[in-house]
Write a protein that binds this ligand. Sequence first.
Ligand SMILES: [Zn+2]
Length: 387
Amino acid sequence: MLGRREALKLLLTSPLLLVGEAVARSRPVILRVRYSATRERTRIVLDCTGKVERSWIKEHFSGNTLWLTFKGVGASRRMARLLRRSPLVREVEVIPVTHTKARVKVVMREPHKFKIFGLRPCGRRPFRVVIDVFPDYLPIECAVRKVPQRIVVIDPGHGGKDPGAVWPIGSKHPRIEEKWITLAIALKVRKYLSRNPNIKVVMTRTRDVYVPLLKRAEIAAKVCADAFVSIHADSMPNYPNWSGVTVFKASPALFAKAQQMARKVAKNVRMCSDTMCWSISPLLINLSTTVTFAESAKLARAIVESLKAHVNDELINGIKDMRRNIVVLKTPGRPAVLIESGFITNPLDRKRLVEPWYQDEIARGIARGIEHYLDSLNAVAYLERRR
Ligand SMILES: [Zn+2]
């Protein structure tokens, strides 16, 4: 007798065996490979005879090469193209494997982030698979920025479906949610910083919405932020006595790890968000982490000093190293700190944190600290210009 599993297997595979040939003939085929290139993006387009589901494409990144395996998709012939006009991609090759399997090899000049999606027929264009390749954090853009303004990214932690820490813990309808405290403080920080004409503030969110961590890091990278400040509130249910404001920077161990990774040139750091995956060039990490480490410590010191002046200084715990792997503290090239503005699990902190006057004190402390840090940058820039 057949076991349940065998019976199921037979049931699933036999119809496919019978109609396999017919299906194979109707499966889409890659006909052509085209591309267009700008500094910000290289677009590789595969013209196909039919619709290709995203789930049929498996990706594998190795060294500088992105391998795409198309299951259930053929290729009319072997096609190879050198992308001379692209600053990002060296060459693309379409390799037929069987009638229903093809591989596409994308050799990048350096590991870059990419996005793959399908397009329906439009006008004379057939079904298409698009591979967009973007540079990693556009480091050159930052160097040539002409705006005399400094850019600060303020990141209110959590939001939307992610409430952060809550009180009472485990309650279905908590009275206090971290996401509202972080947003309130962050908006006040923006208010204070906006009074300074030399500072432009970019927020990762201004409403109660969910923003993935990588998206936040990406925002900081894209605008070439001079400082990235993430605002949170802590929760320590087992230590209700713990209270006060703590400023976190990434720990030396975390940076050492990033540098170690950087040395292994063959192994790229790969990160994935909800919508795309990308690799960060090891070279870029190596260059930027050294600077970022020192600058983040400077930013943290400036904020703590200022908080002590604006908030009762017994409530300021000082600077701590974040040992957890926090994405937002590792934005390459961006000095970044994370501020835990108090403990929701401490009765006194909890009472203060929801009060607008206390949020205001903390916000003013943070804003002045950021200003002091940016002033120190401007001083260095001035000295260099005079030389
Ligand atoms: Zn948090």
